[in-house]
Design a protein around this ligand. Sequence first.
Ligand SMILES: [Zn+2]
Ligand SMILES: [Zn+2]
Length: 231
Amino acid sequence: MRAFLDLVFPPRCAGCDLPGTLLCDRCRAAVPRIDPASACSRCGAPVTGVSCAECAGRTFAFRAARSAALLEPPVSRAIVVLKDGGERRYAAVLASLLAEAADGWLGQGDVLVPVPASPAARRRRGFDHALDVTRALGTLTGMPVAEVLRSKVTADQRTLGREQRAANRAGSFDVTGEVTGGRVVLVDDVFTTGATLDAAARALIGVGSPTIRALSVARACSRATPAEVRA
Ligand SMILES: [Zn+2]
Ligand SMILES: [Zn+2]
């Protein structure tokens, strides 16, 4: 299937448009990775000073967060091409960045729980990108995936502003199954305000999941989210 797709729709690098690859070696090396050693353990943002300006004054239901990279090219482009271009082969590329970033952070007993897209977005795209990424991460790491969250959002996130989006998604998840094994690691594509992951974590805490962490491909910092990757 993969070979067939490559033949019919030859991929192009999300960074430099080089044909024949989804992300060339040069652009992969240039991914703006976030060094976990100098990142905020609460929200995953890179921290330059003593404290984290990104999450100051905010409370999260998840205990810790990690993001693989900043929401900048080529990662931001790869996410757009996956989500809105329907290029699902990027799920594995993004999952490989997650696996690198979460090396030593994920461990025995962790269960990967994808943060589901809104029903409207899922209908529009025909698939759930975060689910694709989470499954690919499960395949890469051998970790279990539990699809136990369901989004209750009905408004199309694209029509809303940043704050409205956060409010729209907050408190908007149902838990549809049980997470056996215990330690939940939520997986999403972008961490912007943390409101979506917080809502997902709260839903799981509500049914008794004790330890929840949040893993995302990209961290949008300092209110500089590119409009193209919204919703
Ligand atoms: Zn490239
Ligand atoms: Zn922080």
